[in-house]
Design a protein around this ligand. Structure first.
Ligand SMILES: [Mg+2]
Length: 376
């Protein structure tokens, strides 16, 4: 029997916090719903945590200041966040995926990768559609699915599939699929990398694929060459050297006076990210996940780690992920509980040596269940 190729399916739950609430309050379906602290007359830095697809045409989106969202969509139904519920539902999703596919690689509270052995894209699409509809039936939660022979391409495909869609990209279609997209569609390319690329006239992924690998490597570091390969549709094999010793690195700062202002926290996170980046790159390490920890004035701790779709040494990827995480944690915890921050920690995980040149984008492609355990 010919071996069946392994595929990655990337699952991203649609408007996850909102969907968790709608599962409990079906009477709100079809209405613009926002999860976040409804603004009052008092000034606040609270932000929208999740907006239903009915709210989005009004210009409401997550991470938007709540006052702005309320102005754009005065009829929205506001629901205060219930993070225990979202964590619980996230675990249900991950267990469901694990049962269905044999193993699961969670990427965030509402995103995960699974591997599937399928002979072709038609079968893969059937597998994805079947899982999407069974997941919605069993857990009452909508999701979008991207499928590709590469994790990062599958993730981008899941973004394109939103909401409630499936997008499969065959190995031979990768370059064509990515070509018209902005370089920002690539996870890990933040505003700074995008700006540096734009100065060279590189705006779309097609522009990136037309450049020499060396040129982009000089601009963005070793990761840059992988980006050119990706833009050309090449999927490099996984060859990262394992790292002995501690599996993560972190730096932290304790404020002399507990800090309650997000801009000050962000400034500290940026500085810490730069320090941490300097030390890990000096060690010749790349990282595949970024974490933020906050210790609050009541000495409780909150932390969250987010996997990057590949291993990188990009400062921009580190800083972008860290800032996003601190905004999330702050938005969820400070506003609700009125606590200030005593200590902030920035962490990198999934360390790998720079020497393994290839496959930093696709290190997960070879992880997964035995092909014969596929979900036929
Ligand atoms: Mg999502």
């Amino acid at each position: 029997m010919a071996p069946v190729p392994p595929w990655i399916l990337y699952v991203d739950m649609d408007a996850f916090y909102v969907s968790c609430e709608l599962a409990d309050h079906p009477e709100l379906r079809g209405r613009p719903v926002i999860v976040g602290q409804e603004p009052t007359d008092r000034p606040t830095r609270a932000v929208v945590l999740s907006a239903s697809y009915e709210a989005r045409p009004f210009g409401v989106h997550s991470a938007q200041p709540v006052h702005e969202a309320a102005r754009r969509c005065p009829d929205a139904v506001w629901i205060p966040p219930d993070f225990e519920k979202y964590e619980r539902r996230s675990q249900e999703v991950m267990s469901w995926l694990e049962k269905r596919f044999g193993s699961v690689l969670p990427q965030s509270i509402d995103e995960a990768m699974v591997t599937v052995a399928a002979p072709d894209t038609r079968v893969l699409a059937e597998v994805a559609h079947g899982a999407q509809s069974d997941l919605a039936h069993d857990l009452g939660l909508p999701s979008s699915w991207g499928g590709a022979p590469s994790g990062v391409v599958a993730k981008i495909a899941s973004d394109v599939a939103k909401p409630n869609g499936v997008r499969i990209v065959d190995g031979s279609q990768i370059a064509e699929f990515l070509a018209p997209m902005s370089v920002r569609a690539i996870p890990g390319i933040g505003p700074k990398s995008a700006e540096r690329l734009a100065r060279l006239g590189i705006v779309t992924i097609a522009d990136l694929g037309g450049r020499r690998r060396r040129e982009i490597r000089e601009l963005l570091g070793a990761w840059g060459a992988d980006l050119v390969d990706l833009a050309r549709g090449t999927i490099p094999p996984f060859r990262d050297a394992p790292v002995s010793g501690p599996v993560s690195r972190s730096v932290d700062r304790t404020f002399p006076v507990d800090e309650g202002a997000l801009p000050a926290l962000e400034a500290s996170v940026r500085e810490l990210a730069r320090d941490l980046h300097r030390s890990v790159t000096k060690e010749g390490l790349r990282f595949g996940a970024v974490g933020i920890g906050l210790r609050w004035s009541d000495f409780q701790r909150t932390q969250r780690v987010r996997a990057l779709p590949g291993s990188t040494s990009s400062l921009d990827a580190l800083e972008t992920a860290a800032i996003r995480l601190v905004r999330e944690l702050y938005g969820e915890e400070h506003r609700g509980l009125g606590r200030d921050v005593r200590t902030v920690t920035v962490r990198v995980e999934r360390l790998a040596r720079e020497s393994g040149r290839q496959a930093r984008l696709d290190r997960y492609v070879e992880v997964g269940p035995d092909p014969h355990d596929g979900p036929e």
